[in-house]
Design a protein around this ligand. Structure first.
Ligand SMILES: Nc1ncnc2c1ncn2[C@@H]1O[C@H](COP(=O)(O)OP(=O)(O)OP(=O)(O)O)[C@@H](O)[C@H]1O
Ligand SMILES: [Mg+2]
Length: 238
């Protein structure tokens, strides 16, 4: 099956275990959302899946390949890329320079330039500002840049850590719509979101974490109402 699967992933920082054996699966061409309270380990889990943190126990597989504990550039070559929380764009670098960073794992620089040219055409407001510094872009444009940069490596799966954080309500919707469009190309999305109400309608599957553990998994249709959602958040039974 063409899926990204975490099986019993345990990870943390130093000696501190943060993620206590979480299993989840994200399918190609689908949006899988992760919700959960602040500090529950959502970003830590994404980083471990993306190879940015060691997996202490358990496995991560992409398709038929085991990718846990591969170096990040190898994970990128396998077709998985992480857009970190805050977007990770370099404010003092230009739009083009930021996009080139997205191709760092690709040795063929000409190929990177070709890909950027075809990508940037899909994002006209970036194309118009290619020489401007990323820091001079609006919040929505920076979110667009972070997403476009993640696409330079032509990933099969993208991990997005709060792609709509800090945006105006209208820009939240626009950003999530832009993400939804990617699934039509078969790209699988595994996304942490705090804007639950806006993310629910585009989610195919969702997971709720609390205190480093999985508390709920299902489809948006399985969530009866906000009260049930709150109960799960507060540590109640699913
Ligand atoms: N680099 C780090 N070193 C040590 N501890 C960390 C580090 N990053 C995060 N932590 C701790 O790990 C725990 C989980 O953090 P994490 O960032 O994964 O949470 P989160 O669910 O993504 O939260 P948020 O919703 O605020 O983004 C927290 O207790 C946090 O303090
Ligand atoms: Mg986080």
């Amino acid at each position: 099956m063409n899926a990204l699967v975490a099986d019993g992933v345990v990870t943390g920082y130093g000696k501190q275990e943060i993620v206590h054996g979480i299993s989840l699966a994200a399918e190609a061409g689908k949006i899988t959302c992760i919700f959960g309270p602040n500090g529950c380990g959502k970003s830590t889990l994404l980083k471990a899946v993306a190879g940015a943190l060691p997996v202490w126990n358990g496995d991560v597989t992409l398709g038929s390949e085991k990718i846990s504990n591969l170096p990040v550039h190898e994970v990128v070559r396998q077709g998985l890329v992480l857009m970190p929380q805050g977007g990770g764009v370099f404010p003092r670098l230009s739009v083009m320079e930021n996009l080139r960073m997205g191709g760092y794992a690709i040795a063929d620089r000409r190929l990177v330039e070709t890909r950027i040219e075809s990508l940037i055409d899909q994002y006209p407001s970036l194309a118009r500002r290619r020489k401007n510094t990323a820091g001079s872009l609006s919040g929505g444009e920076q979110a667009m840049l972070a997403l476009a940069r993640a696409l330079v490596s032509e990933p099969r799966f993208i991990l997005l850590d709060e792609p709509s954080a800090g945006l105006s309500p209208a820009m939240v919707i626009e950003t999530l719509e832009r993400i939804k469009v990617l699934t039509a190309r078969g790209i699988g999305i595994l996304m942490v979101e705090q804007n639950i109400r806006e993310a629910m309608p585009i989610a195919d599957r969702l997971y709720i974490l609390a205190a480093g553990e999985k508390r709920f998994e299902g489809t948006p249709g399985d969530v009866r109402d906000d009260r049930q959602l709150m109960d799960i958040y507060m540590g109640g039974a699913s």
